[in-house]
Design a protein around this ligand. Sequence first.
Ligand SMILES: Cc1cc2nc3c(=O)[nH]c(=O)nc-3n(C[C@H](O)[C@H](O)[C@H](O)COP(=O)(O)O)c2cc1C
Length: 404
Amino acid sequence: MNDPAPVAETAPGLTRVVLGVTGGIAAYKVAELTRLLVKASVTVDVVMTDAATRFVTATTFQALSGRPVLTDLWQTGADNAMGHIGVSRGADAVLVAPASADFIAKLAHGHADDLLSTLCLARECSLLVAPAMNRQMWANAATQRNVAQLAADGVAILGPDTGELACNENGEGRMLEAPALLAALIASRQPKLLAGKRVLLTAGPTFEAIDPVRGITNASSGKMGFALAQAAAEAGGVVTVVAGPSAVATPSGVTRVDVTSTAQMADAVMVRIGACDVFIGVAAVADYTPAATHEQKLKKTPDALTLTLKPTVDILATVAARAKAPYCVGFAAESHDVERHGEEKRKRKKLPLLIANRAQDALGSDENEVTLLDDGGAHRLPRMGKLALARRLVAEIAQRLPRS
Ligand SMILES: Cc1cc2nc3c(=O)[nH]c(=O)nc-3n(C[C@H](O)[C@H](O)[C@H](O)COP(=O)(O)O)c2cc1C
């Protein structure tokens, strides 16, 4: 099973969010989202429909947000009685979660008969909607028509997921979990530096089989590769990750292709490379693989065991040497003389950009400290969390891309 997606401790781009809660069972999950946002230092103004207050009390949200909860179009507490317009002023986003079928219908038709629907119409910021309902309600032609209308109006539709529903059925209609909603809110605020660019990454270690149960691998976790995939997707890229064995969860909006060996990783990359604009080789690919894989488990004997290894295919160099190569970014994990070895690798593989880091710092940890190596020299970045670093690297890559 994959590790759960990491929950953001900070929320770059978010200062104040309006959280609209409508009448669905999933309203209880939004209490957790409120807590996560507040923990990430975001000011949360909760607005509930009348039906929402039948599921979770306003007191719960008031306690979690530390702010009054608004439920009434006629009593927003605004001095000029213009709360229906004022609530969303200055907010970074309005997120309606759960969004009932009824509320989605209202939004699609521009109704404004309660505080939440009115402020959604009067807002200046982006609107995100997380539907949650029984699978038939979701599949209903009217709901699908309304959702399509909202998407066409520029509203971001988050989910829904497929799975167990509150009505004891299984199917599509389950609201995304709180960490995924938080990630979507953060993503909505990131600059779209890679809009429309097709980005292919490799991530994690590879595993080279010795026999059916043993193999050669390394300490790479996949955290840096998946953080970069998330950052590239947030930046508007169309992102695919070819991943070696890694327990890291796939970020939302990212396509994942799981492989085991270097040869499989190379094959998976090569069939996709023609259709990509940027290739980022983050995986810690094995340099050698057993010359032969034993079909049966090797038996222990008192004798020394010699394994013959042969070099693996160099995925990054092969991609960079293509006639129509995408913009290629390499990673180098070195134990010593990091910048010198990194620059040698960059030159040897003919890469426009290489990210060099100390293997002891990088592999498996949650933070990293890297140096960017390009034709202009070495550019050191301070130590930071891998997702923050990934966003920074995406900005660095985007500004180096050839103008098309
Ligand atoms: C127990 C119960 C659970 C409900 N769950 C949902 C739900 O998950 N999704 C949904 O769209 N409607 C659900 N409804 C129906 C809405 O609460 C109803 O359509 C309501 O009018 C929505 O009001 P609002 O959109 O103003 O919040 C549920 C109703 C009941 C009684």
